[in-house]
Write a protein that binds this ligand. Structure first.
Ligand code: UDX
Length: 452
């Protein structure tokens, strides 16, 4: 099928590459000329496993362009994957989505059928508003037009983007017309039936089952995205709340998570206690859901509490440091990990940023390492007093304590004895509970975890 994707961020670019891999005829539009130049030259603008390899393999088949009018008229499907940043109120700003829809309506052929798919995460009711925007343009153009709007929320997990796109748990489609449903079923057929050859780098998991395509109304589809992210966010906040109490009563939260996870109704996943969630989705989506609730005069105390618990974790870790070092003034603290989670260079809403700001405010000297996120972290700080250290074994020099913030694989394998020798005082706060406390203690380091 002929597909245009508007927006080449995480979602847009991953979708474009995967659809091209599945032999669709793909065009990708973006307003950022620098990003387009990079893509046209075959360079991936984000750090995401295997995205560069996919770009090498199929990128030359994709038309990357600034101009919607170049590619939309001949398309069967147009996928909108532009950003929906938070407004001051927390609500998601859908203006980029509406602008994209308007631009599509301005250039599409009046007699051809199109399915316009909203992949961006949008507040409930956006589908209807987008359909109105399109109809307004058609009235101005004095044409009838034939565009069906559908919602197809994206569940992309950074670090696992391509894997999730090729082997999803489910595909959710919210649409009111048969045309839109049929188009989306055709678009995703190779994934629904798993008829494509698995890429060597991303083999199909042996236990993988064919994914269902769940069809529903557009409002419910939009709500599914918010509810899924909020549920995962509160699962993590729940275990973090339990972790806090474990510290009081001398229980080990990793054991508690293991024990409750064995109940198949609960499951093991997303029960890792630690510094909580960051990234481009959970903080923004939980705030947006609360925004929708407020607009509807509806209270959501569970969602509010999940946010409160999450952001408290970042303060709690600084409290632990202050407690063990007596004061933070003049102390040198090493930070292991800046990205909001491993395998990405994304630092949006990363716990590391808040923790570093607090440390600097209290007069500490910060030395920070990350395998890939240093450039993005540098951009996030106007303060130039933070020392970014590219070599992980240089990080411990003169440190009074080290805090592990992001659980990169590299850190699991650190030579702890070497670390201990290089630190001024060997104290490690394990913000993600990745180490065995005994291993750290055996290396001569004072160990402090979360909830254990
Ligand atoms: C999430 C959703 O998983 C995805 O479906 C949606 O489309 C976008 O939001 P992402 O933000 O990439 O994806 O990250 P995810 O892997 O879900 O982790 C989010 C945060 O939770 C990370 O900061 C991670 O460190 C933290 N986390 C995760 C925990 O603290 N404990 C856990 O047990 C799991």
């Amino acid at each position: 099928m002929k597909v245009t994707i508007i927006g080449t961020g995480y979602v847009g670019l991953t979708t474009a590459l995967v659809l091209s891999y599945l032999n669709h005829d793909v065009s990708a539009v973006d307003k950022d000329i620098n990003k387009l130049n990079l893509l046209q030259e075959g360079n991936c603008p984000i750090h995401e496993p295997y995205l560069q390899e996919f770009l090498d393999e199929v990128g030359y088949n994709i038309r990357f362009t600034l101009d919607i009018a170049d590619v939309v008229p001949d398309s069967d499907l147009v996928l909108i994957a532009v950003g929906t940043p938070p407004k001051k109120s927390g609500e998601a700003d859908t203006s980029h989505v509406e602008t994209a829809a308007k631009e599509v309506a301005e250039v599409c052929h009046p007699d051809k059928h199109y399915t316009l798919v909203i992949k961006s995460t949008v507040p409930i009711g956006t589908n209807r508003r987008v359909a109105e925007v399109i109809n307004d343009v058609f009235s101005q153009r004095q044409v009838k037009g034939d565009v069906s709007v559908a919602s197809n929320p994206e569940f992309l997990q950074e670090g696992l983007a391509l894997h999730g796109a090729l082997y999803p748990d489910r595909i959710v489609v919210g649409a009111n017309t048969e045309n839109a449903l049929n188009d989306l079923r055709r678009l995703y057929q190779p994934i629904l039936e798993q008829t494509f050859d698995s890429p060597t780098l991303l083999p199909r998991p042996e236990s993988y089952h064919l994914p269902p395509m769940m069809t529903t109304d557009p409002n419910s589809a939009e709500m599914i995205k918010y509810a899924a992210n909020t549920f995962l966010a509160l699962k993590i906040s729940f275990i973090n709340e339990i972790a806090g109490l474990c510290e009081e009563v001398r229980a080990d939260v990793t054991e508690v998570a293991r024990g409750i996870g064995l109940d198949s109704r609960i499951g093991h996943r997303f029960l890792r206690a630690g510094l909580g969630w960051g990234g481009s989705c959970y903080p923004k989506d939980t705030a947006a859901l609360l925004g929708v609730a407020t607009e509807n005069d509806y209270e959501m105390p569970i969602t509010e509490a999940a946010r409160k618990v999450n952001f408290k974790q970042r303060k709690h870790i600084v409290d632990k440091l202050r407690e063990v070092l007596k004061t933070l003034e003049g102390k040198t603290i090493g930070i292991l990990g800046l990205s909001f989670k491993p395998n990405t260079d994304d630092v949006r809403e990363a716990p590391s940023l808040d923790i570093i700001r607090q440390l600097v405010d209290e007069g500490a000297v910060v030395r920070a390492h990350d395998p890939v996120a240093i450039p993005n972290a540098k951009n996030a700080f106007s303060d130039h007093s933070i020392h970014f250290i590219p070599d992980v074994y240089q990080l411990p020099m003169n440190t009074d304590a080290i805090v592990l913030v992001t659980e990169w694989d590299l850190y699991h394998k650190l030579d702890l004895r070497r670390l201990a020798k290089l630190m001024k005082t060997p104290i490690l706060i394990d913000g993600r509970n990745v180490y065995s406390p005994q291993d750290v203690i055996n290396a001569g380091i004072h160990y402090i975890g979360i909830g254990r």
